[in-house]
Design a protein around this ligand. Sequence first.
Ligand SMILES: Nc1ncnc2c1ncn2[C@@H]1O[C@H](COP(=O)(O)OP(=O)(O)O)[C@@H](O)[C@H]1O
Ligand SMILES: [Mg+2]
Length: 238
Amino acid sequence: MESLLKVADLRVTYGRAVAVKKVDLDVGEGQAIGLIGPNGAGKSSTLLAIMGAVKSQGTVMFKGRSLHKLQPESVARLGIAIVPEGRHLFPSMSVQENLMLGRLARRPGKELRIDDEWIANLFPVTHQYRERPAGLLSGGQQQQVAIARALLSDPDLLLLDEPSLGLSPTAVNTVFDALGKIKALGIAVLLVEQRAQRAMQFCERSYVISEGEIRLEVKSKTEEDISAVVAAYFGRSA
Ligand SMILES: Nc1ncnc2c1ncn2[C@@H]1O[C@H](COP(=O)(O)OP(=O)(O)O)[C@@H](O)[C@H]1O
Ligand SMILES: [Mg+2]
């Protein structure tokens, strides 16, 4: 399959701290790919580097084009959207106003795959509570708004940074059900998760990252293989 996103030899440092030592990964068109690893492994830094939100070294290619030195706004205009860790909604702005920010990143002239109606069907609460300040919604509802906002830019690749973190089991199911529908539309997903088991089951392939380096690429979905990865890299908690 042709590569949509190709990351090679990625390195991210914050001053003298090395957050990402060497990350190589590939996302094919329309694929759901996992990036799983313990806290502090370099997952968020990898996504931020792809977006151009932190400085990095190495190669990031999207649709055959280098993203080197592009600002996040330019990366977004090429068709990548991010749901950041912690959601980053504007709490005092209404849900509707938060969603509008996603629409601003739409690419002019492109036929829309995702419109307001599709979003309202995917996450009814984003429509039902559209006039409410986003900060008054529950954590699960806010995560839906954050995903909806990213989707409204109509991306070809959606980066998600621990979308299930801190959510109730029901809210986690809502998120994963939505990811299935997003993937069914042909949108590629790069999913960062500490909930390793769930991510490996959902994704076609998953990369295991620890201490800033990719350690393993998991394709198997058998329970034994998934349990072995969890035991080796995550202890019992995932
Ligand atoms: N802004 C920052 N300044 C300094 N160190 C950071 C910064 N952000 C992350 N780090 C460090 O980089 C490493 C990787 O962090 P991060 O990419 O957030 O990992 P993960 O998302 O897997 O938890 C960690 O050791 C973290 O403490
Ligand atoms: Mg993180």
